[in-house]
Structure formats: C-alpha cells, structure tokens
Design a protein around this ligand. Structure first.
Ligand code: G3P
Length: 219
C-alpha cells in the first residue's frame, strides 16, 4: 500500500520522507496558489529531496499540442515523475498518446465508477477518485471508491486506485479497510493520524501512575 503526501510544503515533505512514512508526493495546480517560489523551482526541489519517491505533477495546458509538450517536459524532470491528467474527454487522445510513449500517468478528478473503468481499460498507472469532493456534491465518496476498487479487481486491471481528497481519519480508515492500493494525504491529516488522542491520554496516564509509585527505578 502506497502513501502519498498531498503537498508542496518542503518542510512537511522533508519530515515525512526522513521518517520513511511516505512513498511519494502528489501535487495539483491549486497547491501552488500561495507559493512564494516558481512552481517549477518547487517541483525540482521536491524531486531532489525525494529521488526515490513517486512525484506526481499535473498538466495545466488544455490545448492538445501544448498539453502533450508539457506532459513530456514534466516526465523529463525525472524517471520517478508521474504526469497527472484530469479525466476529461478533451484529454483522451493525449492519454492514449502518452500511454504509447510509456509515460506513467495518474488520472485525476475521477468521480464515477464508469469513468474509472474507462481509464483502467486504457491502461494508465493510477486513477485518483476524489472522495471528499464526492461528499461535497452529495455522493457517497467511500461507496464509489469501494465500487471502483471492486470493479478493478473484477476486471483484472493493473491500474492502481489512489484515493484522493480524503478529508477525515474516518475516510482514510474506510479506504484502507477497502484495501485501496494507495492514498494521498494532506500533511495535516497525516499529522492527525500520527497523533491519536487516546494514545496521548494513555501516555499521560502511564506517566502519572509511574510517578505515583514509590519505587520507580526501571532500567
Ligand atoms: O489530491 C487531491 C486533493 O488535493 C484535493 O483535495 O480537499 O481540495 O478536494 P481537496
């Protein structure tokens, strides 16, 4: 199971890479909104910091030829770079072209089982269903994620499902229970998972009880 960090925050990336918790990074154009450096500079820094990680970088062009050139340039940033492309019909010829060129692709903004299955059939490496945004729009995000995972298993697709837009620990737990191949998590959500309140309370209780003993020499 792969865990991606959904961020361009270099400090958070450094922290979790050093801990060996994450397998890669996912980025999207919105994450660069308040960046103080040029996106390309940040992306190169991420690739440099995490040479063995799977780094996802999304195209921003909509014109076919421009998007193709951009996708190839993104891939040329490193052998570990995966090109993210939205699951829109305008990109289908581009996706087919990049598959022929054996450029690894992550299809993003996936919102339905049939959309996911079409992409799986085309043979992309990853598809990213947006669980949180499904809930935002009145759909059961986890149910749709479950149906995608089940249909991929049924049809024997090698495409990995990468659960994205997960907003709560409960959603992450449910995605894992479904046996999802990969998840991407905002650093704040990963921090939250690492800091379970009951663990915190348990440590405090152990410390209190230990201090209350007369003889507390251990080793
Ligand atoms: O990986 C996709 C993720 O960044 C989108 O999350 O919360 O904007 O729907 P959100």
């Amino acid at each position: 199971m792969l865990i991606f960090l959904d961020t361009i925050d270099l400090k958070a990336i450094e922290k979790f890479v050093q801990l060996g918790i994450v397998d890669g990074i996912t980025t999207n154009p919105s994450l660069f909104l308040h960046a103080t450096q040029a996106p390309i500079k940040i992306i190169k820094e991420i690739i440099h910091m995490f040479p063995h990680g799977i780094i996802n970088v999304e195209i921003t062009e909509q014109d076919h030829d421009k998007a193709y050139i951009q996708a190839v340039k993104i891939r040329e940033l490193g052998n570990n770079v995966v090109v993210k492309i939205p699951a829109h019909d305008m990109y289908l010829p581009l996706i087919a072209q990049l598959i022929k060129k054996q450029i690894p692709i992550n299809i993003t903004l996936v919102f339905s089982v049939s959309q996911a299955v079409l992409m799986g059939k085309m043979g992309v490496q990853y598809i990213s269903p947006f669980v949180g945004r499904l809930y935002d729009n009145g759909f059961d995000g986890i149910e749709i994620l479950k149906n995608i995972i089940q249909s991929f298993a049924l049809y024997g697709f090698s495409t990995k499902v990468l659960a994205a837009s997960l907003r709560t620990i409960d959603q992450v737990n449910k995605a894992i229970e479904l046996g999802v191949a990969s998840v991407t998590l905002a650093p704040s959500l990963l921090e939250e998972i690492c800091c379970n309140q009951l663990t915190e309370q348990g440590i405090q209780k152990f410390a209190q009880d230990w201090q209350a003993q007369k003889e507390n020499l251990f080793i």
